[in-house]
Design a protein around this ligand. Sequence first.
Ligand SMILES: C[S@@+](CC[C@H](N)C(=O)[O-])C[C@H]1O[C@@H](n2cnc3c(N)ncnc32)[C@H](O)[C@@H]1O
Length: 312
Amino acid sequence: MDYSRKISERLWNQSDKGELESHREETYIDDIIQKNHLERRLLENLAGVETVFDGGAGCGRFSILLAKRGCRVTHFDISQPMIDKAKELAEAAGVAGQITFVKGALEDLSAYADCSFDLVISFDAPVSYTWPNQERVIEELTRIAKKKIMLSVTSRLGSLPYLANPIQKNQFILDENAPDSFVQWLVKNREKAVGGFAFNRRSAEELLEGGLMGGEAAIAEYERGGAPWCITYAFMPDELEAILARCGVKSIKMAGPGAFARTVPREILVKIMNDPRQRADFLAFCYEYDSNPFVCGMGKDNLFAMGDIIRG
Ligand SMILES: C[S@@+](CC[C@H](N)C(=O)[O-])C[C@H]1O[C@@H](n2cnc3c(N)ncnc32)[C@H](O)[C@@H]1O
C-alpha cells in the first residue's frame, strides 16, 4: 500500500485545511519570511514566462500571484479543500479565468507532455511528501518544464533542530493571543513541552543519516483512523543539487529561507514585524542572507533550489 500518498491525502483533505493554510502569514513569522523569499525569487525570474505549473499549490499563495502577473497557471494539488479555497481567493482577486485547477497527486504527472510549462514550481515541501518517490517526482517536474524549475523541499539540516527544541515554533508566533487553534496549543503547552523534553541522540542521528520523518508511527496512527502528519523526506543540499543536475538542470542556485531569522529571539522578531519600515528592511536582508548557498541547509524547514532547463 502506498501509505505516504494515502496519509498525505487524508491530512490535506481535512475540511479546515484550506482556511487554516490561507492565514499562515498572519500568524507565523517563519512563514512570512519563507513566502516572502519565494515571492521575490518568482518576481525576479518571470521574464519570458507565460505558462506555469504549480505542484502542490495549496490555497494559491503563488498561483494567484503569478496569474496577477499575467501568467497562465495550472494549479495542481492533492487536496480539494485547498483547491476550493484557492478558487475562492482567485475569484476575489479577479484572476480565476487564468488558472486551471487540477486535483491530482505529484506521483502521477503522466497527463503532461514534455516541456509543457515555461516554469515549474513546487513550494513548501509537496515533493518531500511523496516519499519514497521523491526523486522520480523531481524527474517528472523537470520533464514537464521548458525553461526553469523552482522547488522548496523539507531541509534535513534545517529540520534537525526540532529534535533538540520542542518549542521552536513558539519563536515565530506573531501574536500569542491570535485565535488560531495551533497558536493557542503552542502557548498552552510550552512549559509541558520543555518539562517533558529529553534529547534523544539516536533519533537525531537517524534523521541525519536517513532523512525520514514519520514512518512506522504515522502508519500506525493512519491505520487507527487518525490523520497524522505526512511521512516526510528531508533533503540534504548536495543531494537535491545532484538530483537536479542529473535531470539536466543548469545554473542551480540554492537558498535556505529562514536561516537568518532563526538566530533572532521572538521578542525582537515581533518588534521588527510590527514596525513596517523595519519589517521591509528585515525581509529584504533575510532574502540576501538566506540566498547565500553556504547557509542553504539551515533554512527554517525549507531548502530552496532553482535552475534553468537547457535541452539538447
Ligand atoms: C505546505 S502546503 C504548500 C502550499 C503552497 N505550495 C505554498 O507554498 O503556499 C503543501 C501542499 O502540498 C499538497 N500536497 C501534499 N502532498 C501532495 C501530493 N502528493 N501531490 C500533490 N499535492 C500534494 C497539499 O495538499 C498542500 O496543499
